[in-house]
Design a protein. Sequence first.
Length: 219
Amino acid sequence: MRYVSAEKMRKIDKEAQEKFGMPSVILMENAGRAVYEEARRMLGGSKNKKVICISGKGNNGGDGFVAARHLLNNGFKTEIFMIGNPQELKGDAKINYEILRKMKIRIRPLKKDPALFNFKKQLKSASLLIDALLGTGISGEVKEPYASVIELINSSEKPILAVDIPSGLNATDGRAPGSCIKATKTITFGFPKTGFIKNNGPKKTGKLVVADISLPRYN
């Protein structure tokens, strides 16, 4: 299996868009749909189980918004939490946030107490957590409030599906200098990342699933 660094994956995404004309919003839609399909499998298809999707304000969070939309559209009980100011969302993540907003879906902000206390209570009734906080761009220690949220997710002892990469893990070298999601399963897009098999990677990634998001195949 071919493993790629975070930088190489960014180049592949960029060429898909610029060389082949693949719209980035379609890539995000395909990624989010793949997360939904994997979440449905982890739930055993049961719509009586509650899913909590936790998104950041970057493209990883946008993938989470897409996955949550598909879950909701298909009748799954789904709650969405978000770290960051929605006004700071950009590009495709903003587009998918706005779709949810127009659907009148509540997206709960995660900043500090009492929001974190309410989030902790919500975790107790969940059957699956979707980690869409941080993507492959992170290279250092996770800052607040991300660190506290990650610790609450890990301590919940609930199954965790990480979107593209466990939040807090370096996609290239597999280091996790601070808080890092310990995933039950990671669904990554296009190619697996080298960080999955280095340093902390194997312990944090869980079972790995590689999803095809329709990146044009080329040498």
